[in-house]
Design a protein around this ligand. Structure first.
Ligand code: TLP
Length: 345
């Protein structure tokens, strides 16, 4: 199977498995796991933040971030296809008692102008804004990357209104690799960032939440409350360290593969995709012109040994990663071409 469903499917490298086997561990709930402590120091250093917290998943990192920035009864401004809104089981309502105030942006990139129009002050009729959340890269918009100046403007203006900004940077390293900015450049303007070790960077599990000492200290308590106090988590952190050291350099190849595949399939009749908009490792294409629904197209691909997820009735998402090389992308293209040539039953 050529698995292009997500970069979450990456398997740990042999070096990671070795590092996991050799990891020095302790009880992380007591703060005594040296490998977790080292990973947290390294994550804070790389992002230029005071402190970092190892969390089992990106969802838990975002859940903690929203809770640590807000009070019950507030609104969280985000883009309308944000992962926190569509794919995290209403966690902001469940854990933080907040509701989303979604804003649509075609490419997933919010501007301050759009956000400003939705900021609500404390008053007798409306729930006040508690947090602004931006997603970089934006998954469901096709891996789009925020211009650094836009992040800076949003954070600067939000702070003038006393509002914090959280970045869902599940794929922050992809955004950095594609833009030429460092992860610290993107992290500097905002109050907290969650990034995943377990996606394109290749770790088997784990994400990091970074911010100030004070906020991350609070976040540590929230992690325990969510059941995320992992004890000898150094086993996972050891793989995470290698993901941080060795993962980023591989991302450019993933991006080139996604752009290549998008360019190939753009030439197929009935497929709609603009390859010039593919900047990272995600490409989303519309198959309606082929006569197939996206779920049926996805099933037909699976029957040919290629797996990609249908996002809805029209669109299919492919995500490149280091377990899929150019040769596998070429084989995936052949399967897509074949499906385009047959008529749905
Ligand atoms: N995204 C997954 C699915 O949940 C859709 C994927 O395959 O892309 N933020 C963003 C932007 C994400 O894309 C994801 C995972 C998360 C947060 C959550 O991370 P995990 O899966 O570790 O909870």
């Amino acid at each position: 199977m050529i698995d292009l469903r997500s970069d979450t499917v990456t398997k740990p490298t042999p070096a990671m498995r070795q590092a996991m086997a050799n990891a020095e561990v302790g009880d992380d709930v007591y703060g005594e796991d040296p490998t977790v402590n080292e990973l947290e120091r390294r994550a804070a250093q790389l992002t230029g933040k005071e402190a970092a917290l190892f969390v089992p998943t990106g969802t838990m990192g975002n859940t903690i971030a929203i809770k640590m920035h807000t009070s019950h009864g507030q609104e969280v401004i985000c883009e309308s296809r944000a992962h926190i809104l569509d794919w995290e089981l209403a966690m902001m309502a469940w854990f933080a008692g907040c509701v989303a105030r979604p804003i649509s942006a075609g490419d997933g990139i919010l501007s301050w102008e759009q956000i400003r129009a939705q900021v609500r002050p404390v008053g007798p009729h409306a729930a006040p804004t508690g947090l602004i959340e931006i997603e970089n890269s934006h998954n469901m918009a096709g891996g789009t990357v925020y211009p650094l100046a836009t992040v800076q403007e949003i954070a600067h203006e939000a702070h003038k209104l006393g509002l914090p900004v959280h970045m869902d940077g599940a794929r922050l390293f992809n955004a950095a690799a594609a833009s030429g900015h460092s992860v610290a450049d993107f992290a500097a303007p905002v109050d907290s960032v969650m990034f995943c070790l377990s996606k394109g960077l290749g770790a088997p599990a784990g994400s990091m939440l970074v911010g100030t000492h004070e906020r991350i200290g609070h976040g540590r308590l929230l992690r325990k409350r969510l059941g995320g106090g992992l004890r000898q988590a150094g086993i996972l952190a050891a793989a995470g360290m290698l993901a941080l050291e060795e993962g980023p350099a591989r991302l450019a190849a993933d991006h080139a593969n996604a752009r290549w595949l998008a360019g190939q399939i753009a030439g197929l009749p009935g497929i709609a995709i603009d390859p010039s908009r593919v900047h990272t490792n995600i490409a989303i294409f519309d198959v309606t012109g082929t006569g197939w629904s996206a779920p049926d197209f996805s099933d037909a691909l699976r029957a040919r040994g290629v797996i990609m997820n249908a996002l809805n009735d029209r669109d299919i998402r492919l995500v490149t990663h280091y377990d899929v090389d150019r040769g596998s992308c070429a084989a995936a293209f052949e399967a897509i071409r074949e499906v385009c040539q047959v008529r749905p039953q």
